[in-house]
Design a protein around this ligand. Sequence first.
Ligand code: MG
Length: 263
Amino acid sequence: MTTAEIIKHADVFLLDMDGTVYFDDAPIGSMAETLTTLRRAGKKLVFFTNNSSKTPDEYEKKLKRIGLWGAGDLVYTSAMATIEYLSEFYPGKPVYLVATDAVKAEFAAAGVPLTEEDPAICVLAYDTTLTFEKLKKINKFIAEGALYIATHPDDVCPSKDVFPPDVGSFIALLKVSSGKTPAVICGKPFTVMGDCIKRRMKASADRVVMVGDRLHTDIRFGVNNGFHTILVLSGETKEEDLASSPDRPEGVLPSLNDAVKYL
Ligand SMILES: [Mg+2]
């Protein structure tokens, strides 16, 4: 399909956030107007992120504050996909969760039994309050055989400053110390989060488009899940990176703001 056909045909727009709709607190170009135009055209907008350090409520507040939230929008995070995965395949199993307090409360409220001792499962989320005590605990539990799940694989977190370590860096640390790697990673580019969002949106894959600025997470995610894919050049990826990448987007736009001319 051409970029124009994808934009006309898709019902669900999965929108990466950092580098796609905003940078930190600054919307990219005329993003508020762009999102309004997409909603008016009947598109369902899902703010779709691997970042599991914040709850959907926290993201919604931020999107409202910077003027990008609209009625009917949804936030979906890799932590939400992990909760759905645990509820489907391991209901009632005790989980040791490395996460911020707000995300821990989100798991508990969804009925995931959290424990500090003898877990059947360990979940590594993006804990921006990580301590040595938490690292020591998860290292011990996974070394002793607990099922090891990570919310997402990103090595670093986008930032205007030096990129800070993200879950992928913690996975690398724990591989050195325990010899273990996650049995399951839920977020982009893998299929757990794709299966969850298809179910949630009651959408067939060919009516979904993933829009993002990263080839090896956003675009690979779309391809792995059978979704349409549009790369935006407003963030991490530059046009010259495309030639050497194994990840091939169906469409490429300077930014999401350029999508509206195809409606
Ligand atoms: Mg991004």
